[in-house]
Design a protein around this ligand. Structure first.
Ligand code: GRG
Length: 300
């Protein structure tokens, strides 16, 4: 993973440390698990790598809010579980029908469709268990806020709603507003939940939460614009998923509507806006600012 350079803050070291913390916690979160075949399918997708952007955002925003990031680790794990579930389900034959994810054959290719659906279901429900039952040291009112935020992100107001509109739009002429609706829900909602849940655990006040909503909106949309660009410009080997899929599936994307250069400019504008929202907290916002810059600089 290439890391952007920000003065006075060693982002590469920060990212490596946070990712290691997440990998260890993900590994521990699925042990023990019965039946064995279910554990295998859950671990296969959850421990397959990935950038771990959502859990890292959660830890970073907890820190910005003045909290102890260790207390946010179970929620960070929950976010990665919800994300992984959405990838498993997204790849199913009834949805995007994909063979490759995180550099490996997709879950349904290895375990069969029924087991892939069930592994996703088990990850989604385990995510809520992580927050409600496995978050020692976090006050119950903060955990309740987090459960609410995760429910909104995963359900009809978030991932599911975005996915429904995305599937219905395949092969249709889609305008910019609809495209933005799809991405804000399908991709942006979980990134927003990642940022807000960490801050909630850290005890953020309403002013900071509002600024983080603006930050999260900017990085969420920019993340998906870059995703659309990489689908055209990067290889399947680098991405670890099938490149060029949007074109094959006849999907409307930012590059299709705006061209590559304008899409990139738009992503950069959104990232600048996201960074500006955190200006009053700039002394402590190094990780979140670097993560925002990383979103446009990433190559996979
Ligand atoms: C069943 C509650 C429920 C929801 C599922 C399938 C679905 C509804 C929604 C699809 C959501 C989806 C797959 C959005 C795409 C988001 C996206 C850009 C994924 C790629 O994220 P990265 O690049 O992947 O962070 P890694 O592998 O690095 O983690």
């Amino acid at each position: 993973m290439s890391a952007p350079v920000t003065t006075g803050f060693d982002f590469a070291a920060y990212l490596a440390g946070a990712r290691q913390r997440i990998e260890d916690a993900l590994d521990a979160a699925l042990l023990p698990e019965r039946p064995e075949s279910l554990r295998e399918a859950m671990r296969y997708s959850l421990l397959a790598g990935g950038k771990r952007l959502r859990p890292v955002l959660c830890l970073a925003s907890c820190e910005l809010a003045g909290g102890d990031p260790d207390l946010a680790v179970p929620t960070a794990v929950a976010l990665e579980m919800i994300h992984t579930m959405s990838l498993i389900h997204d790849d199913l034959p009834a949805m995007d029908n994909d063979d490759l994810r995180r550099g490996r054959p997709t879950s349904h290719k290895v375990f069969g469709e029924a087991n892939a659906i069930l592994a996703g279901d088990a990850l989604l429900t385990r995510a809520f268990e992580m927050v409600a039952l496995r978050s020692p040291g976090v006050p119950a009112d903060r955990l309740l806020q987090v459960v609410g935020e995760l429910s909104l992100a995963a359900g009809a107001p978030g991932l599911v709603g975005g996915q429904v509109v995305d599937l219905a739009s395949e092969g249709q002429a889609v305008d910019l507003d609809t495209l933005e609706y799809i991405h804000i829900h399908k991709t942006g909602a979980l990134l927003r939940a990642s940022v807000l849940s960490g801050a909630m655990i850290g005890g953020a006040d309403d002013t900071l939460l509002e600024a983080l909503r603006v930050y999260a909106h900017g990085i969420g949309l920019a993340f998906q614009i870059i995703d659309d660009i990489l689908d055209v410009t990067a290889s399947s080997e680098v991405l670890g998923k099938t490149a060029g899929k949007d074109l094959t599936a006849d999907k409307t994307t930012y590059p299709k509507l705006l061209g590559l250069d304008e899409s990139r400019r738009r992503a950069e504008g959104l990232i600048s806006g996201a960074a500006a929202a955190l200006d009053p907290w700039r002394d402590r916002a190094g990780p979140l600012l670097a993560l925002a810059a990383y979103i446009t600089a990433r190559d996979r």
